[in-house]
Write a new protein. Structure first.
Length: 368
């Protein structure tokens, strides 16, 4: 059917189904007791968040679908980047919106809090879908009185969450994409051995600076040399595949060895045109993780202000539980940790001319 044939006019009110949308802010306090003025705000705030969650899921699902394609070309990568940026911008706004919730005073909240019981953000299916699609695994979550977070949901919802967990999260898709990057197999350039040498030079230079310093006492030199020894062994650990795999088995690392090395290379040579988009993409993932953590802290702070140390309507310890999720529920920690492996531009191994030339263009198009 042609576009003109399908075309009909529509009124704003109908297009947005406003009659429906504006008829679902129903205060339970009004239905069950005396209307509490601030309950409308409380309902609207949650509904607005759920709408933003829906938009985030729309973006995440499309990004995952693009990553699932056999060949993730640069056109797709640009789309992925734009959509991830949209997600960060939404979470930024979600953090700001907490201020609106905080215009309600704790005493006004108490006017209707009892009517909510046992409803809680704990039962937000979309929030759990976002976490799991990004890559938060069941085993990495806080437990709920020793039980799975899933007990807050119906059986079909639990099955849906399991499906998301088993079907490749964004973390796993990005990991696979990093492992497939062609950047590591550049003829005539063994990135890892060049990088190892640079790290060695950097550490030796720092050792010399400490030993020759006129301003450090012998005791201070001793302490600093010990710290330098620790960072030397840190680099050695990270650069060894066996050691890296041991840390993964112990749960200290998550990102595979090959993916970590690819992410390191992308970060170090991010000024090369071919690596711009991959670098921005990794940065955007760390942004999302950081913003989500900030939202968790802000939400926990707001909860402290509203209910102090009372338990939540969902039955958790309230503030303490929420503050703990901010630390524990980080997803892209391994990408943040790449910063500990960076060396300064002046120490960076020089790329052979032909390799530098190759990194100036996009691999998949073969453009010259
Ligand atoms: C007066 C305002 C609020 C209070 C006092 C409050 C309180 C709490 C508490 C105590 C929990 C822990 C679970 C429990 O035991 O219930 C929780 C979880 C949660 N809340 Fe809120 N909340 C408020 C507003 C909001 C808003 C506006 C949202 C937006 C959707 C929200 C989303 C969530 C989510 C997603 C969780 C689950 C967090 C997790 O388990 O990681 N909350 N809330």
């Amino acid at each position: 059917m042609k576009k003109e044939e399908k075309y009909t006019t529509i009124h704003y009110q109908n297009y947005l189904e406003l009659d429906k949308l504006l008829s679902i802010q129903n205060n339970r306090s009004a239905a069950l007791g005396e209307n509490a003025h601030d309950e409308t705000l409380f309902i609207i705030m949650h509904q607005v968040y759920e709408l933003w969650f829906k938009q985030i899921m729309t973006e995440l699902d499309s990004v995952c679908a693009l990553f699932r394609e056999e060949r993730v070309d640069e056109d797709n990568m640009n789309t992925v980047l734009l959509r991830l940026k949209r997600i960060s911008t939404i979470i930024d706004l979600m953090i700001e919106q907490i201020k609106v919730m905080e215009t309600m005073t704790p005493l006004d909240f108490l006017d209707f809090r009892d009517y909510l019981f046992p409803a809680s953000g704990f039962q937000s299916m979309q929030f759990r879908m976002i976490e799991s699609t990004l890559g938060l695994r069941e085993g990495d979550r806080m437990t709920y009185h020793g039980k799975s977070y899933k007990i807050a949901f119906t059986e079909p919802q639990q099955a849906r969450l399991e499906d998301i967990e088993n079907n490749g999260s964004l973390f796993e898709l990005v990991e696979r994409w990093l492992e497939r990057t062609p950047f590591l197999q550049l003829e005539g350039f063994d990135f890892l051995s060049e990088y190892r040498q640079s790290v060695h030079h950097m550490i030796e230079r720092e050792r010399k600076n400490i030993q020759e310093s006129e301003y450090l006492t012998d005791r201070m030199k001793e302490i600093r040399l010990k710290m330098l020894g620790d960072s030397n062994s840190y680099f050695k650990h990270v650069l060894s595949r066996e050691e890296h795999e041991r840390l993964i088995a112990e749960g200290q690392n998550r990102l595979s060895y090959d993916a970590t090395i690819a992410a390191l290379l992308i970060n170090l040579y991010r000024d090369k045109p071919i690596l711009n988009i991959p670098f921005n993409l990794l940065t955007e993932l760390t942004n999302i993780d950081e913003l989500l953590t900030t939202w968790r802290y802000r939400h926990a702070q707001m909860v402290m202000r509203m209910i102090g140390n009372k338990i939540g309507t969902g039955g958790s310890s309230g503030h303490d539980y929420l503050a703990a999720t901010a630390e524990k529920h980080k997803i892209f920690k391994d990408l943040h940790n790449i910063s500990s492996l960076l060396i300064s531009r002046s120490e960076l191994p020089q790329l052979p001319e032909d390799v530098a030339k190759k990194l100036g263009f996009y691999f998949s198009t073969g453009r010259a």
